[in-house]
Design a protein around this ligand. Structure first.
Ligand SMILES: Nc1nc2c(ncn2[C@@H]2O[C@H](COP(=O)(O)OP(=O)(O)OP(=O)(O)O)[C@@H](O)[C@H]2O)c(=O)[nH]1
Ligand SMILES: [Zn+2]
Length: 362
């Protein structure tokens, strides 16, 4: 699909009047708008009205990984002439960003998708779902500014899909939960109906995201391959793609499967996922109740009555601790960076002073 020359209608990719007005200053510089469909090692595929261009992203590569170009971004692109290829010159400010904490142990974030209004969390019905992991994804999704939806995949492999659905609904208040089978093409229309203008599919590796994306888009658009390269014969999505859904129903972004998903800066998201616990806590006698045996604790009462599970309260505490820990790490990192910058600056000025003295002596 790359470098087609046909004229592309960008409204199929989510272009609207607000983007248009945000773009005005770039249009004045002769740049063209494009939506980033895929990013890899310094280059990206960007869909413009002229077709998909391969563009250099060096000019928009800051140190902060959260600000690095990502699938779903709207970019101001210089088309390029002769040997000089296309270049991404700037990114329009994002409306939403789905961010997880970085894969490494350093406290850096990684943007999974930008400018989506729906986050579909894919959870496989083929295995016992890990409720804590679903809660993590929900926190990320709420925090992004988009709306979460849960898709329970591989329904054809699960005799008790409705039981699992009830469990998920309990931990995901106010979130639509859909049971689908991509291979049997079941539940797809219902799922499609709740998607917004832009959707990203997230979830663990192997839950069936790419297969579901293909089923929703209606063609073999994603690269789903059984590869033996890693020796485990796992199915792995090697690229991240953005595709328009049929019937003008917005775009769909597939993401590579995540082994683990860390949270950072998700305090607001956690409050939304665990709104039930916060509501209970409001009825505790003490405003700062730790729900650890204090008298007249509404959370303890709900635990005793089986209205709230110990697992869910533990999960909330664990995610809160992780979030605070990540925030502290980010603080430490920012302070270290500031210190490094100060040392650099001092060295620079000391060097200049030495040069000036040396000059005087000549
Ligand atoms: N039975 C059944 N198998 C499915 C279904 N959807 C996906 N699969 C299978 O599950 C395996 C993983 O599917 P993928 O679509 O590659 O999963 P993914 O989540 O994109 O995986 P990553 O790319 O690693 O993130 C493949 O063997 C699919 O054929 C389904 O609805 N039913
Ligand atoms: Zn309490």
């Amino acid at each position: 699909m790359s470098s087609s020359s046909a004229s592309v209608d960008l409204s199929r990719y989510g272009w609207d009047e607000d983007w248009q007005s945000a773009f005005a200053p770039f249009a004045a510089q002769g740049l063209i708008p494009g939506r980033v469909a895929r990013v890899d090692r310094g280059l990206c595929d960007v869909v413009t009205s002229l077709g998909t261009l391969r563009a250099d992203t060096a000019l928009v590569t800051p140190r902060d990984p959260v600000r690095i170009v990502c699938t779903g971004d709207w970019a101001a692109v210089a088309e390029g002439v002769a040997e000089i290829g296309a270049q991404v010159r700037a990114l329009l400010p994002r409306r939403t960003a789905v961010i997880r904490s970085g894969a490494s142990r350093r406290s850096l974030g990684q943007v999974l998708a930008a400018n989506v209004d729906t986050v579909v969390i894919a959870v496989s019905l083929a295995v016992e779902p890990d409720l804590g992991r679903v809660e993590r994804f929900l926190a990320l999704a709420w925090e992004s500014g988009a709306t979460p939806v849960v898709a329970l995949t591989k329904a054809d492999l699960a005799p008790d899909a409705q039981l699992i659905r009830a469990d998920i609904e309990r931990i995901a208040p106010d979130v639509p939960v859909h049971v689908v089978s991509a291979t049997e093409r079941e539940g797809l229309a219902e799922l499609r109906a709740v998607l917004g203008e832009g959707t990203v599919l997230v979830g663990q590796s192997g839950v069936g995201k790419s297969t579901l994306a293909n089923a929703l888009v209606g063609e073999d658009a994603m690269d789903v391959r059984a590869i033996g390269v890693d020796g485990k014969g796992r199915h792995t999505t090697t690229t991240r793609e953005l595709l328009p859904l049929p019937g003008g129903r917005g775009v769909l972004i597939d993401t590579p499967g995540l082994r683990g998903v860390g949270v950072m800066d998700v305090a607001g998201g956690l409050q939304q996922v665990f709104a039930d616990i916060d509501r209970l806590a409001a009825d505790c006698r003490f405003a700062d109740c730790g729900h650890l045996g204090e008298p007249e604790c509404a959370v303890q009462r709900a635990l005793d009555e089986g209205e709230l599970s110990y697992r869910r309260l533990d999960s909330y505490r664990k995610l809160q601790r992780e979030n605070q820990w990540m925030a502290r790490r980010a603080d430490v990192r920012l302070r270290a960076e500031a210190r490094r910058a100060r040392i650099e600056r001092d060295r620079h000025w000391r060097g200049r002073g030495r040069d000036a003295r040396a000059n005087r002596q000549v």
